[in-house]
Design a protein. Structure first.
Length: 174
């Protein structure tokens, strides 16, 4: 464990050297410099207050998960935006919204039961979700990814967890 921390510290040190000149900063470095936005409320309150998450709020409500997500502690939510849901054909999305079990599984796949800042994952790794299936974190083209979704650089820290916007809906394996 100490070895991993030493490697991580060395990598951050090397990356910081390259970021001393603002014009030389890479998107990765710039992303790491974004502080978490503080929100006084739960992850559910933050989603409701974010217009670009209205489809997610509708899905959480349809699945009856609002109370669970509002009372869970130290969770991390990877929140698909309205544009992410728009990538799913309307007929398929309506089927998911009508099937509470399938919808619950999909939404639970967007939540890890531990606090995490995906921008700081230097090497690829997997984390278990509330759906009891892992998601995969990695970097591609200077973007932090969860599975095939790009994670937005700015996270929102709430009273019971952190919310990260993503550009695609994550689909668990059947």
């Amino acid at each position: 464990m100490k070895f991993k921390k030493t490697i991580a510290a060395a990598l951050f040190s090397i990356m910081s050297i390259g970021a001393t000149n603002a014009s030389a900063a890479t998107p990765f470095i710039s992303c790491l410099e974004n502080p978490l936005v503080q929100f006084d409320g739960t992850v559910v309150d933050a989603a409701i207050a974010t217009p670009e998450l209205s489809t997610l709020v509708t899905a959480v409500t349809a699945a009856g998960l609002g109370d669970l997500l509002a009372t869970a502690e130290n969770i991390t939510v990877y929140a698909p935006t309205n544009d992410a849901f728009a990538k799913i054909p309307g007929m398929v999305l309506n089927e998911f919204l009508a099937d509470v079990d399938a919808l619950t599984g999909i939404l639970a796949y967007h939540v890890t039961p531990v606090p995490a800042d995906p921008r700081k994952f230097i090497t690829p790794l997997r984390r278990m979700t509330l759906a009891e299936q892992p998601v995969f974190f990695h970097r591609m083209n200077n973007n932090q990814m969860v599975n095939n979704a790009i994670v937005d650089c700015t996270g929102v820290r709430t009273n019971n967890g952190t919310v990260w916007l993503i550009d695609s809906v994550l689909m668990p394996s059947s």
